[in-house]
Structures are given as structure tokens and as C-alpha cells.
Design a protein. Sequence first.
Lengths: 304, 386
Amino acid sequence: MTLFLEQLLNGLQYGVMLFLLAAGLTLIFGIMGIINLTHGSIYMIGAYAGTYVANLTGSFYLGFPAALAAVGLTGVAVEFLVVRRLYQRDHLDQVLATFALILIFNQLVTLIFGRPPLYATTPAILDGSVEVLPGLFYPLYRMAIIGVGLLVAFGLYVIIHKTRLGMLVRAGATNREMVRALGVDIRLLYTAVFGLGALLAGLAGFMAGPVLAVQVGMGEQILITTFVVVVVGGVGSIRGAFFASLLIGVVDTLMQAYLPGLFRQIVIGPDADALGAGLSSMGIYVLMAIVLLIRPGGLFIAHG
Amino acid sequence: MTKTFLLAAAIASAFAAPPASAAEAVKIGMITTLSGPAGYLGQDIRDAFKLAIKDGKLGGVPVELKVEDDALKPGNGKQIADRMLSDDRIRLFTGINFSNVAEAAVPDIVDAGAFYISPNAAPSNFAGKNCNKNYFVASWQNDALHEAGGEYVNKLGYKSAVIIAPNYQAGKDALMGFKRTFKGKIVDEIYTNLDQTDFASVMAQIRAAKPEAVFQFEPGGMGIAFMRQYQQAGLLGQIPMVVAEPSMDGVILKALGKAAVGVRVALHWNSDFDNESNKEFVAAWTKAYNRPLTFAASQGYDTALLIASALKATDGKVSDADAFRAALRKADFKSVRGKFAFGPNQHPIQSWYEAEVVDGKNGPELKTVGTIYDDRGDAYSKECKM
């Protein structure tokens, strides 16, 4: 039972991480109509900039402003120099341009920091693990990630549902042309949304550093899953992104944990584990297919 | 119009071939993983190989090294091999560090009558029945590395273990090799994904299984993530860990810092080996690159020395395949690992050593503490009929 609960916590932590990325991606796609593959690179830049400054100064907390500043600047530069020219183009052009940016950013990071992964430290007070329930120890740092993630989710909820900016964002996700026709400065809104998405991705990247390895290509690994989350949640819907993130996080973790064991009971022989592991990595895509069959627009449809 | 033209010109110039060097140079095709989380391994193979090339010469013969990145994608590796074979007419290949890429690219190379000398990957399916007279391995057979790991766990007296590897050929070879020699009970066998970086669910499984030891094979960036999470989960002090060489290279050790102290490693080469060739290599590496040393670098260097010995013996005539093959088989070079010979399947016969991460003067270091096997070949050589 404790094992199951621990796996649930793992799923929750993974889900929260996915949410930080998916929230930005779903807004950018839903409101601006841009397929932004650079989102993974921004995540990586957040991780590198934050970790570099944290290592240089010896303070984990100084990494936060560094990461956010770096991704903010990168986000605005990308929007201004590249993405702005793509609004009127079709999705294929967008994919081509933003994919090129992935390659450019990967190479730039390799040139600046080299290929070996960076070492990221956890702050001393978050080292070690805490006994959540009797017999259930959980790494403190991962608890902190869950906490920050939920806090951000709440903050986004307030922004989206209680502020004027949020109202415009919701309106933009529902009917872009109408918002423009009503005389809203859509360019400013676009830049704000893009910047916000970049900040969230950078935050996720920096927080992932001490858990995963800070390395070139770390963004692409999580980007694909993030797209699955956006599709499952419904494009343009923050709420959808939140629930889909948690769903995908938990399903993926539980599948990885239990499917191989299940297969060992059914299939005999050395291939059982490999088969189980292979199938569990397909799990989230199967889930996506099922969701698309039943609700082609995703779980929470933003477009009217 | 002008704009489009300029763009086309710019693209074309970027892809234009570099000026051809001296006509008589022997071309060596190096396909390796230079991008992505495991990119540092390919970089080390390449840079160490270059260390052995002096003034453009390897074994006294002018060589031209052509390096391309497979990005850890089997399809890329195969395409590069085909292109190098047909367009560049390369007859001598090396470099691949991942078994899934090797499985895709090597058959094309040897079927074309060219040579492939592996600096790292050596999947079991090329070592036995499907061995090839143009396929040489300068590193290890994949299983052998983990057979040594299994025996090391026996020697340390642990009676049960959880074993973990990525779900691809080398991972399967790893766990197969470990199980071949480990005498205790395997409590759990876990396959992870090759691009996985979050091992939280694995940590929970290990904690629940309560083994006496953990054995893992997670090379490259995966190894760093695995060890960090093992530490964060509070398992590091509780359950001893024994790893294969690729899970504790110089880069991983540096990234982990003190957290790695106490981890045991089964290896075929270590930077502290006391032989002339190794001392020369370590000094040259430090002078040229000043980066942490990895097993991959030692393998790249050894592979270059092996090729140098054959080039020297045949005066660079790779086209005389029989003579070149015979020269390679002699393995007439001073390996940085010490004694080295080829078995009947052209895979190494070599010794395996025990090592432990200790707290040294300049931070944690890997110290060789004993011997696991002397002059050991691999499990598949009997099946190879050449």
C-alpha cells in the first residue's frame, strides 16, 4: 500500500512538472495558433541558466531569478524575431522554423557549456526525505516541486479567471478574430502569453535540474509528452492542461511501475520484462488515442 | 527573387565539401553519438582517437578522420554508413557507442567488405553465430562487462539483488550477463526506457523489494539522474550499489561528487592503472583537454592504437583485406588497460577489476582495489565459426 501511495506521489510530481510546460504550450497554441517546438529548448535554457548561476554563487535561490530572466529574454527574442513572422503562415512553416530553433539552441548550449551534463545541487534544507505517512518516505525536494507546481496552478487560475488579462486570454482562446475585431491590441496579448509560457517552462526546467540531469536535449524528452497533455486536455484550455497533466503523470508512472510485474505473471520467459516496459512506454499514447476517439476536442474544449 | 537566391547560395555553401586533403591518406569513417544527453561519450571517443593521431599520421600512415553524429538514432547511423561507403569510398569504420545504432549500421559496413572496429558497443548477436571476419571489437563484449559485475557482487557477499538496465539490446545483454554469473537471488529485474531521466518509480520498487544490493547499468546522462535520485530517495546509505563501468565514468563521478563515495564498480580500465601506455594517455588527455576521463575516452584511444598497429604492419593498405585483417588479429599494441588479446570471435580476452569510489585529495575518485577475472573471453565465442 505504501508502495502504491509513493507511486501516486511520483505520478503527481511528474504531472505537476508536465503542467508547468503544458500550460504555456496550450495557451500559445490555443491563442496564437502557433505550434511552438522551442518550448522544450526554453525549458532547457531555464535549467542551464539557473543551474549555472546557482553553482557560481553557491545559492540555489539565486538560480530562480537567473533562470526566469534568461527564459524571459529568450522568449521575447524568439517571439519578436521568429514567431511574429509566423502567425499568418501554416503550421508546417511554424514546425519547420521552431524545429530549426531547437537545433540552434542545442548547439549554442553545447558551445557555451560543453556536452557533459551540469551538476545541480538541491538546497540544504530540501536534502533528504521526509516521512509523509508511517513507513512512506518521500524526497523533500520532490515534495517542494509538487508544492510550487500547485501554487503556480492556483496563481494561473486566479489570473485567468479574475483579471482583465485573463479575460482577454480566455476570449482569445475561444475566438481570436472576434477579440481582434473588438480593438484589443492582440500583439501585446501575444507577447504577454508567449512570455508567460516561457517563464513557466523556465521555472520547470530549473526545478527539474537537481532531479534529472541538466543536459543538452533534455527539452525534447519532455516536449513530446507535453504535446500529448495538451491534446488530451483540449487545446487552449488551462484547466484541461492541469487535469490532463495529472492524469498523464499518474498513468505513466503507474504503468511503468506495475505493467512489467503484471506481464511477468502472464508471459513466461526473459522477454516479459522488456515487453512490459515497452508497452508501458506506449501507455500514454494509447490513452491519447482513446480520449481522441471519445472526445475529439480533448477533455476540456476551449474553442466555442 | 534575389533574396531566395542568396538564401539558396548560403545553404549550398554551408553544405559544400571541405577541400580534399592529400590523396593517399587512409580514410577512417567515425560514426558516433555527439548530440543529446549521451553526446559526451561520443565526444570522448572522438577526442581520444584524435590524440593518437600525430601530425595527421596514425601508425606512421597519413589518415583522414571523417566524423559524423548518429544522434543515438539507428536510422541515422545506417544512413551515414551507407553514405560513407558509397560517396566517400571509406573502407575502415569505427566510433559507434550504442548497440542499437551498431545493429543497424554494422551489417551494411561488413557486407560491403569494409572493416568495422568497435570502440564500445558489442551486442551479443554479433558475437556468436553471426560473427564476421571484418568485425573487430576493441572494448568488451556487452555481456562480459556485467558478468564481471555479477561475480563482484558474489565476492562482496550479497545474496540478493535488484537489477536495472535500459530496454534495448545492450540493456538486455547487461542483465543476461549479470544473471549468468550472479549466484544469489534476483529479487526484481527492471527495464527502463532508453531516454528515461525520471526514475522515481524505480526507486519506490527498489525500496519495496529490500534487496541486499542494487546493480544498475544506466550509461551517460541516465546514470547521473539515476544516482542523484537514488541519493535523494535516501537509498544510498541503505542499500549498497554495484555498477558496471559505464554507470560511473569520470563525468558522472564529477557530477555526483561526494554522494558517490562507497559505490563499487566492475571495470576493465581505470585512470589509475599503472602501465606505461596508460600513464602516457592520461597525461596527454589532461594536457590536451583537461576534462574528466571516461572509459569511452580510453576505448577511443585503444581503438586508435589498434588501428595504428595494423596500418603500420600493412603500410596503410586497407585494400589488401586479408593482410589487414591478419594484422588486426595480432593486436600488436600496448593497450591502456594492460594485457589484451583477441578471442576466436575477434572480441577481447582481458582482465576485469574491482574498484571503489573513495574520497581522495581532489574530491571523490575511483580507486582500483582488486581483480575479478584474469584473461577472460566471452560467452559467445564458442558459437562463432569463421
